[in-house]
Design a protein around this ligand. Structure first.
Ligand SMILES: Nc1ncnc2c1ncn2[C@@H]1O[C@H](COP(=O)(O)OP(=O)(O)OP(=O)(O)O)[C@@H](O)[C@H]1O
Ligand SMILES: [Mg+2]
Length: 374
């Protein structure tokens, strides 16, 4: 799939922007603070109705404006699909094929996207929250049902936590808490099962890619780490039983702390390179290779799941990669993945990429085309 057209109205520092794209590489060059990341973010938002860098949707709206509109056309193998998102103080409106969607989960996933930015190193180096977000965003765009279950889970979790927090009324609240526990477990089991399966699949691709980048010197294992020990992440009955027992055991602890202590909101991912946890012990280079391998694995996984390659957004990473990693990346995307790349200058960009790219200059929220791709 590829993005054929993009129109932005009042999006961050773009007052109005219209661009048309071919399915290959698009290179955006500009000084700091001109709008390069904003442009890539807009493609990400068009696809997922969420930003990779903020949870506050209102930040997308240009200062002093009341709304923003993102429109795009996605060319897929069997269809040309118009997408539209509008954000104002009244909230978010999503249109797919010009029809307004009641549920965002019906909108997300038509355009698939993989973003690789410097902050993705945090998936390896950062807190568990970053890793959970990584899984949720990736799984969410492949499975609307997963997104729906996740929303359910978050609702139940905050209701349950609200009850647990009222320490003085705990006797009175216990039957209610029990009801929430039961409902929470039902959704938790489904989420864990899908995540564990996702991790298993991503591991296969990521390991192969990691071995390739390191010329077979390193292997990569990816584990889903549960907040409570379970023998099996496929048998729903067994998982339900394990979780129920756990909740019984920790009831007083939960009441004392006023929060839910086990479940997918506490799970984590672990990356092991040659038997060693890269989060704690990996070198900068190993951490970088791991995050690149994960992103490239995602591209392959999406292709397997949805039947077409996603688009790829590379924000400020190209000049940071050494030759080995860069040529790996290039081979992975060559002629099959529409790619949007940003960089502050043309320096450090390989001639082979330049030859294939359409090059644009980004300046104060305006974009001019400098050269067509070949
Ligand atoms: N809602 C908004 N309305 C107007 N301008 C905004 C809004 N949000 C951000 N900006 C401005 O957009 C500008 C460009 O930001 P962007 O992150 O795209 O820069 P960049 O070209 O990626 O720079 P760098 O090379 O430093 O990463 C910033 O100067 C910021 O002030
Ligand atoms: Mg930037």
């Amino acid at each position: 799939m590829y993005v054929k057209e993009l129109h932005l109205t009042h999006y961050r520092n773009y007052e109005s922007l219209s661009l048309q794209f071919d399915p290959y590489i698009h290179l955006f060059i500009g000084d700091n603070a001109q709008g390069k990341t904003n442009l890539l973010e807009s493609l990400y938002v068009l696809a997922l109705a969420k930003s990779h860098r903020t949870n506050k949707d209102k930040e997308w709206i240009s200062w002093e404006e009341g709304y923003t509109r993102l429109q795009g056309t996605v060319e897929k193998r069997h269809a040309t699909i118009p997408l539209e998102l509008q954000i104002s103080s009244k909230g978010k409106k999503a249109r797919l094929n010009r029809i307004e969607q009641q549920k965002l989960s019906d909108y997300v996933g038509v355009l698939n996207v993989v973003m690789f930015a410097p902050e993705d190193l945090e998936i390896v180096k950062g807190s568990p929250q970053v890793r959970r977000r990584f899984i949720d965003m990736e799984l969410g765009q492949m499975s609307p049902h997963y997104l729906y279950q996740l929303t359910q889970y978050q609702k139940l979790l905050s209701q349950r936590n609200a009850l647990l927090k009222q320490w003085d009324k705990r006797q009175q609240h216990r039957p209610m808490v029990d009801i929430f526990t039961e409902q929470l477990i039902e959704v938790a089991v489904k989420i864990i099962k899908k995540r564990a399966h996702f991790v298993q699949q991503i591991e296969k691709w990521a390991n192969e890619i990691h071995q390739g980048i390191t010329e077979q010197k390193e292997t990569l294992n990816v584990h889903y780490v549960l907040s409570t020990q379970m023998d099996d992440c496929t048998d729903e009955q067994e998982m339900t039983r394990t979780l129920s027992e756990k909740f019984d055991k920790i009831r007083e602890q939960e009441e004392a702390r006023g929060t839910t202590l086990v479940g997918p909101h506490r799970d984590d991912l672990q990356f092991i390179v040659n038997g060693v946890n890269v989060h704690t012990y990996g070198s900068q280079g190993q951490q970088r290779t791991t995050s690149l391998a994960l992103k490239l694995a995602e591209i392959e996984l999406i292709r397997k799941e949805v039947g077409e390659y996603p688009i790829l957004l590379l924000d400020d990473v190209l000049s940071e990669l050494d030759d080995q990693r860069r040529s790996h990346l290039l081979r992975a995307i060559q002629n099959k993945v529409q790619t949007f790349v940003t960089n502050t200058s043309l320096e450090g960009i390989h001639q082979s990429i330049l030859d294939q790219s359409t090059v644009y200059r980004v300046q104060q929220g305006k974009i001019t085309r400098m050269k067509e791709g070949s």
